[in-house]
Design a binder for this molecule. Structure first.
Ligand SMILES: Cc1ncc(COP(=O)(O)O)c(C=O)c1O
Length: 434
């Protein structure tokens, strides 16, 4: 039974507490129907291919946020139970993000966005820079991991060096970093995956070159985190940012770093606020209810491949192990769907796809000859297919590709997309692009 807006009514919606960690998923398979049933918003029948700009949220996350408010929360460190609940929510959310990326709970800093965190850290680090130092940024990155460093460099009077993208392949060649990074390099800022063309640079190799000269490596993990198992140590990331709204959580971002490194950095802060790490990096009052949603989102991810994380009779797997198993399953599932998308796009004569990097997140960035990106997006929206148009703040890349100011069209897959989403996109494009 549908209401006026065509949404299924309450009886048709998935249970708020429905989970797939109860045996619904077979080992090695990804039960997409079970996954989709967890997301109330998907019931509107749209093909949500805009996940790279922000995902939908499973009922368990909605319930965790609502539940925190329902139960009662207070500000931190008070004498009463509601305040204690907020203390616990924050601690749990730090532990959850640490499990998601392989970090340390005491090194997880929360902020309103990855952009805000990049400004916070670049501003703090740049106070130690002196003339003759340099920072290395890339033209592959979202502007949030470019502009804050350029602006901090300008204030400190230090040089900015650019890593260039091979515009034919979409790769960010590692070799160039050997020339770019020198003894005075203080920071290397690089993305773990492009939010436009999906390219996943060899961050570990780049970080190795940076560390060899004592530079810090700031990795933008916003686009990578929803698509693959992340291990900040293996990446060599001194700082790693991720935004929960890209992986089925609320609009909260986190920065993961080692507590020992954070101890060496002093951001601007209020006099009475905590000087301790990680608290001193968090400005003002945290969004406690949303942080309950962050933990629920990590639990959601950790439950995507419940049987893969431990064998029969084995000790219960840790949440970190479950996250790794789930994200491996997600990566494999999305790779299959992405192959279907790329194959379909290749058959459309008037479509130009940007980037064909060997390692890519499942994100397609393309133009349709003679049709403005917004017009393509409107055409698809009229058929219930949600895609993004524009530069997606991959501003340097789009400038280099000659795509500014209109950018291109982006179809980004996430783990709740299915083959019908892809097929609807391809069918919607066919009449425009054949
Ligand atoms: C790769 C990448 N980095 C950074 C950002 C900015 O994240 P936030 O909105 O949390 O500032 C985005 C958002 O789209 C992104 O895709």
């Amino acid at each position: 039974m549908d209401d006026k807006e065509g949404r299924p009514d309450k009886e048709d919606k998935p249970e708020l507490t429905a989970g797939i960690g109860d045996g619904a998923l077979d080992p090695g398979t990804f039960d997409i129907a079970a996954v989709r049933a967890l997301y109330p918003a998907l019931a509107d029948g749209h093909a949500y291919l805009d996940g790279a700009a922000g995902t939908q949220v499973p009922a368990a996350v909605i319930e965790a946020i609502a539940g925190a408010y329902r139960e009662g929360i207070g500000n931190l460190d008070g004498a009463f139970a509601a305040s204690r609940r907020s203390d616990a929510i924050v601690a749990e959310a730090r532990a959850a993000v640490a499990d998601l990326v392989g970090g340390t709970a005491e090194g997880v800093v929360f902020g309103p966005s990855a952009t805000a965190l990049a400004y916070r850290i670049s501003d703090a680090l740049s106070r130690a820079w002196t003339a003759g130092d340099d920072v290395v940024v890339s033209r592959l990155d979202h502007d949030s991991n470019v502009r804050p460093w350029i602006q901090a460099a300008a204030r400190a009077g230090v040089t900015v060096k650019w890593a260039e993208v091979d515009l034919v392949t979409g790769e960010l060649p590692t070799a160039q970093y050997a020339d770019l990074i020198g003894p005075r390099t203080r920071v290397v800022a690089v993305t773990a995956a492009s939010n436009a063309i999906g390219t996943r640079p060899d961050v570990a190799a780049i970080a190795g070159l940076g560390h060899a000269v004592g530079a810090l490596v700031y990795v933008d993990g916003v686009h990578a985190t929803p698509h693959l198992p992340v291990d900040v140590a293996a990446l060599g990331a001194d700082f790693y940012t991720t935004s929960a709204y890209k992986w089925s959580g609320p609009h909260v971002a986190a920065l993961a770093a080692s507590p020992a490194l954070l101890e060496t950095v002093w951001p601007d802060k209020l006099a009475p606020s905590s000087n301790a790490v990680p608290w001193r990096f968090e400005r003002g009052t945290l969004p406690f209810a949303d942080l309950a949603g962050v933990t629920a989102a990590v639990e959601h991810l950790a439950a995507l491949a419940p049987h893969a994380a431990s064998g029969a009779g084995a000790a219960p797997a840790s949440r970190r192990d479950r996250v790794l198993a789930s994200m491996k399953a997600v990566e494999a599932y999305e790779a299959g769907l992405f192959a279907r998308l790329l194959g379909g796009l290749a058959e459309l004569e008037r479509v130009t796809l940007y980037g064909k990097a060997a390692r890519r997140a499942p994100t397609a960035f393309f133009s349709v000859a003679g049709v403005a990106p917004r017009a393509v997006a409107e055409h698809l929206a009229a058929q219930g297919v949600n895609v993004w148009d524009g530069d997606n703040y991959a501003y340097e890349l789009c400038t280099a590709l000659g795509l500014e100011p209109d950018g291109a069209v982006r179809a980004g897959l996430v783990h709740y997309n299915d083959a019908s989403d892809v097929d609807r996109l391809l069918a919607g494009l066919a009449d425009l692009a054949r």
